[in-house]
Design a protein around this ligand. Structure first.
Ligand code: SF4
Length: 412
């Protein structure tokens, strides 16, 4: 087996931050203060922090269920309640876990259950499933479910769309004031939007270490180190974490370390991670001396538009400009730009059975990349959480053959 580089030391700090995050939420839920808001992964977190809520992200919990492979046992529980095996397996894994009375937080932190929400706040910019998911918990806990309804398949982002979303976000304020008992303070919002902007700037710098040759970090590292950008954006802890990580990456770079020693080829990953098979896929790519240097998924927590001077409108634009909200032409351009920027030799599209929203192979994009752009592509069938949809053998055979094909083309 090929040897990877020494582990990234900042991981220890990140684990502590995650422990503090979940233990803080658990305490808040038990003591009733501060109030707890559940938020979708690209929901208006900055406003919730500004209003004094502790913010919990169920999709992050869904990913933990996938990574620990607990999802395999919890998904069927939600299926039995009428939530189809074809819908989001974050939703089914999470609802099933709640019904079964289990959570990965118990083994990790001794926490008995997910924090009871005082309010659930969604944004449908990513999909409709998040709203249905939150409404299930809203009924269960008798908690209000409020949110933002966003256009999908957006080509150019027009100002009228930004105004619409900005007024929807601002429209959440009275209900959030009522639930939190705190008065809205625009300066506090400016502060949290400013912190999220700093987080974006630094997370982008981290991702750009993948553009070096050889890459300093790969997709499998990114899926770990993105956690603060996902669950702590809008807070100073995320900014200071990325300062620490970037200082270490600078040193690793100077010492000539590579994410995949002996890197021969570089790939772009489009689509969701297969959370329960990250280790297997990471080891395989290490063996193949092929680095997955960039991905659509880990770029999803970059919000360039944030501007503390214009918090509502800039939040609206940031959450509207996201890749997942856009039309096919935008997505194709975006991937092509990243393939060039990161010097990729090919693209792997993960067709996740239960997430059409993050599976961009379904309208012939791989064929267009091969035929129009001359970039080799591979489609892997699988899922984010439901391992019944993923075959280790098939993925291994396909990835090996794909790298072989790239090697032959390079030698020709
Ligand atoms: S975007 Fe996909 S993975 Fe994320 S919540 Fe929606 S359906 Fe689930």
């Amino acid at each position: 087996m090929s040897q990877g580089p020494p582990p990234i030391a900042a991981t220890k700090l990140m684990k502590k931050l995650m422990a503090d995050h979940f233990l803080g939420l658990d305490r808040a839920a038990r003591e009733g203060s501060p109030k707890v808001a559940w938020c979708t992964s690209v929901g208006p977190a900055e406003l919730l922090h500004a209003m004094g809520f502790d913010v919990y992200y169920p999709e992050n919990h869904g990913a933990l269920l996938g990574a620990t492979r607990m999802a395999t046992e919890t998904i069927p529980v939600a299926n039995a309640q009428g939530y189809s095996p074809d819908i989001c397996s974050y939703l089914t894994a999470d609802v099933g876990a709640f019904l079964k009375g289990v959570t990965p937080l118990t083994k990790a932190y001794g926490i008995e259950t997910v924090p009871k929400p005082d309010v659930l706040v969604f944004n449908t910019n990513q999909c409709r499933d998040v709203q249905d998911w939150f409404e299930w918990y809203g009924r269960r806990f008798g908690a209000p479910v409020i949110g933002v309804r966003t256009q999908r398949g957006v080509g150019e982002v027009h100002q009228s769309m930004v105004e619409d979303i900005a007024s929807q976000i601002e429209g959440l304020v009275p209900e959030l004031e009522r639930i939190s008992g705190n008065k809205f303070d625009i300066d506090r919002l400016r502060e949290t939007v400013g912190l999220s902007k700093q987080c974006t700037v630094m997370w982008r710098k981290v991702l750009e270490y993948g553009a070096k040759t050889p890459a300093q970090m790969n997709f499998f590292d990114h899926t770990i180190h993105m956690a603060p950008a996902v669950v702590l954006r809008g807070k100073p802890e995320a900014v200071s974490y990325y300062e620490t990580l970037l200082a270490e990456l600078t040193e690793r770079d100077a010492a000539g370390m590579a994410a995949v020693p002996g890197e021969r080829f570089r790939l772009y990953w489009d689509g969701m991670p297969v959370w329960g098979r990250l280790r297997m896929l990471g080891d395989l790519m290490m063996e193949l001396q092929t680095a997955i240097v960039a991905s659509t998924y880990c770029n999803s927590w970059l919000f360039d538009a944030f501007d503390a001077a214009d918090p509502f409108r800039s939040m609206a634009r940031a959450y509207l400009e996201l890749f997942i909200v856009r039309d096919e032409a935008f997505k194709e351009r975006y991937i092509q730009e990243h393939v060039e920027l990161y010097g990729c030799d090919g693209i792997v599209f993960h067709d996740a059975k239960t997430c059409p929203n993050n599976s961009n192979n379904r309208y012939a994009m791989p064929q267009r990349f091969s035929e129009v752009h001359g970039v080799p592509t591979l489609v892997i069938n699988g899922d984010l959480n439901d391992l019944r949809c993923f075959s280790d053998e098939q993925a291994k055979t396909n990835l090996e053959a794909f790298v072989e094909q790239i090697a032959e083309a390079a030698a020709a």
